[in-house]
Design a protein around this ligand. Structure first.
Ligand code: DOR
Ligand code: ZN
Length: 345
């Protein structure tokens, strides 16, 4: 039985680092595990300008332990009236690594998101021209579409159109949760890829209702049926370069999760690699972890691979029931359980 795994240092292609005190509380969990991360722009107010992204990047770099040698990669939050030239300038100046499409009201802090995909066609045209990836929160939001069908409907109603109209555009279908998404990504060219979270590989929708409502397993897109989880596990561990690591770590204080209107999001940064290693081992695919975690992402983004290595050891990681960070309690993913792998630091 393999006792340790040495791989190229991984990157996280989808992270919510928040801002203010929370940023300081959570950033080192990500920086300890990952060399680089794509930083989501859904702050209040959202990161819609080059200046705002530059300022946020400075706050991240100020908050992070510099010994961890972490590089945040910034994204623009697309709105109906986004100026395409702002996107071009942000890319030219090395500030924007990608731009994020939140359909309006699809998730946390998305009220300023896009109400109709056609509204951002001028932006998509520039992005296709300069090769800037579009990161997609792929859910429709109409109240008549069942929450468990929102991703599949988004593929039909929005994504298929975008791909037809912008065949060259690089698209990352973020945090995919369905067989439909896996099939869609597999059936399109090399410019279409997807990230997969640790939690969507581990839980199905039963976990949200196990022994009562369990808000700590609630995230968006919501976990789906078992058949979908199995398809995600197959995709992640297949070795296909179209699928790569993106945790969607999304911390909320415990009080905001355990509330009459609990927030969506799972804080998985503290044991993200240990969780992925669990999945890959269960699928007998530990040899595929390095590609998924450290190679497919940078190749898609056209960035260099990390040269440093990390070691995962077969050693128990006891995940605490809760983490007290500054003034705030946060429940981590896998709380109260033991994982078989530990990241050596
Ligand atoms: O569960 C989620 N939480 N999904 C998202 O899309 C946003 C995120 C957050 O920011 O809390
Ligand atoms: Zn997210």
């Amino acid at each position: 039985m393999i006792q340790s795994l040495v791989i190229r240092r991984p990157d996280d292609w989808h992270v919510h680092l928040r801002d203010g005190d929370m940023l300081g509380d959570v950033v080192n969990f990500t920086a300890r595990q990952f060399a680089r991360a794509i930083i989501m722009p859904n702050l209040t107010p959202p990161v819609t300008t080059v200046d705002a992204a530059r300022a946020y990047r400075s706050r991240i770099l100020e908050a992070v332990d510099e010994k961890l040698n972490f590089k945040p990669l910034m994204t623009a939050y697309l709105t109906d009236d986004m100026d395409p030239e702002e996107i071009r300038r942000g890319a030219d100046e090395g500030v924007f690594t990608a731009a994020k499409l939140y359909p309006a009201n699809a998730t946390t802090n998305s009220a300023a998101g896009v109400t109709d995909i056609k509204n951002i066609y001028p932006v998509l045209m520039i992005m296709a021209e300069i090769g800037l990836p579009l990161l997609v929160h792929g859910e429709v939001t109409h109240s008549d579409v069942d929450i468990f069908d929102r991703e599949a409907r988004f593929i039909e109603d929005v994504l298929a159109l975008v791909i037809k109209d912008f065949p060259e555009l690089k698209i990352v279908f973020e945090h995919i949760t369905t067989t439909e998404a896996v099939e869609f990504v597999n059936s399109h060219g090399a410019n279409i890829a997807a990230t997969i979270t640790p939690h969507h590989l581990e839980i199905n929708r039963n976990a949200i209702f196990q022994g009562g409502i369990n808000p700590h397993n609630y995230c968006l897109p919501i976990a789906k049926r078992e058949i979908h989880r199995l398809a995600l596990r197959q995709a992640a561990t297949s070795g296909s370069s179209k699928f790569f690591l993106g945790t969607d770590t999304a911390p909320h204080p415990v009080a905001a999760k355990e509330s009459a209107c609990g927030c969506a999001g799972i804080f998985n940064a503290p044991y993200a690699l240990e969780s992925y290693a669990k999945t890959f081992e269960e699928e007998d695919a530990l040899d595929k972890l390095e590609g998924f975690a450290s190679e497919h992402g940078p190749r898609f983004y056209g960035l260099p691979l990390n040269e440093e290595k990390i070691t995962l050891e077969r050693k128990a990681s006891k995940v605490p029931e809760k983490l007290t960070l500054g003034e705030t309690d946060i429940i981590p993913f896998h709380a109260g359980t033991t994982l078989n792998w530990s990241l050596v630091v």
